[in-house]
Design a protein around this ligand. Structure first.
Ligand code: 8YV
Length: 328
């Protein structure tokens, strides 16, 4: 059994990050939800509640587990003994990391374990959008499929052999590039720093948008990437191009994207939106859009591994060991 975490233990942790493993401290966890997978059951002292639901400040909570939810000064004020915000997700754009740092609160995320799932969904959206899979499914289910095969205008655009533009060649972008080989795609990428890579050719963002048949977004949401794919940049996409977004809705000017999609000039596969779970109403009836509810990491394998990382970070805190995946 671990001892209860006292302020003394924490001051030892702060001044000595490699505290002896003999010191096992007990942390109390507040989580906005139960996370999937068996690793979750290893936590001993967990309360499920949103910080906003707490009646009063709670000085017994040391770890806050969130799933891409807001952690700002208001939340931190309610949890004065907090030492770790463990995010269930790679993106931590809703966590005020500077505010956490000012209070000595560490932040961890779950990078690496969801790359395959996210890259797979990006391809699923690419294929579903360009090959009109969802429209086809709806036709079959409606009972209106009346010919032996889908003749006439029910034609898609080929993925094989197309030019793919990857915006952000980090772990997930690279996993997409890796898969692109199987589809004989010509792969372009753009990001702030050029990568030393043979999997994709570098282009400036505007050039990539003008050249690609399919553009897929894999940048984190930061002040620099907010609205990166602006109205002017969307207009650079060739007619018939497809935009895939499994990153964050706010990376794109959503109103401008809706206008482009309503015009029918381009198509899109979208897993993320600016104000989730709200989806712009004018997208709902469009045939050239495939919509999914932010499910890029939603596989049994990825979500279990994400929970494993969240729990392992908490256990590292308990042992006084270095955190596995601190964000900074
Ligand atoms: C999660 C995500 O679904 O990793 C991310 O950044 O957006 C997704 O994996 C989200 O964080 C909710 O937990």
């Amino acid at each position: 059994m671990g001892e209860r975490l006292s302020p003394l233990c924490f001051s030892r942790l702060r001044s000595a990050p490699f505290v002896s493993r003999a010191i096992l401290i007990h942390v109390t966890v507040l989580a906005t939800r139960r996370l999937p997978g068996s690793a979750w059951d290893e936590l001993r002292d967990v309360e499920i509640a949103a910080p906003a639901e707490l009646d009063a400040a709670r000085s017994d909570v040391h770890v806050l587990v969130v799933a891409n939810e807001t952690v700002d000064d208001d939340v931190l004020d309610r949890l004065p003994a907090l030492r770790l915000v463990a995010n269930f997700g790679a993106g931590y754009d809703r966590i005020d990391v500077d505010a956490c740092a000012r209070r000595g609160v560490a932040v961890t995320n779950t990078p690496g374990v969801l790359d395959a799932a996210t890259a797979d969904l990006s391809f699923a959206l690419m294929l579903a959008t360009r090959r009109r899979v969802v429209e086809g499914d709806a036709l079959v289910r409606s009972g209106e499929w009346s010919t032996g095969w889908s003749a006439g205008p029910f034609l898609g655009r080929e993925v094989t052999g197309a030019t793919l533009g990857i915006v952000g060649l980090g772990r997930i972008g690279a996993a997409v590039a890796h898969r692109a080989g199987g589809f004989d795609l010509r792969v372009l990428y753009t990001q702030r720093r050029r990568a030393d890579t043979a999997v994709a050719e570098f282009r400036e963002l505007d050039d990539l948008l003008s050249e690609a048949d399919v553009v897929t977004l894999h940048v984190p949401l930061t002040p620099e990437t907010q609205g990166l794919i602006s109205r002017e940049r969307l207009a650079l996409l060739p007619d018939g191009a497809t935009l895939v977004n499994t990153s964050r809705g706010a990376v794109v000017d959503e109103d401008a994207l809706v206008d482009e999609l309503v015009s029918g000039r381009i198509s899109a596969g979208l897993d993320v939106f600016v104000h989730e779970p709200h989806v712009p109403a004018s997208l709902l009836g469009l045939p050239n859009v495939v919509l999914t509810p932010h499910i890029a990491s939603a596989t049994v394998e990825a979500r279990s591994a994400m929970t494993r990382l969240v729990v392992d970070n908490i256990r590292a805190l308990e042992r006084g060991a270095p955190l596995l995946t601190p964000v900074s």
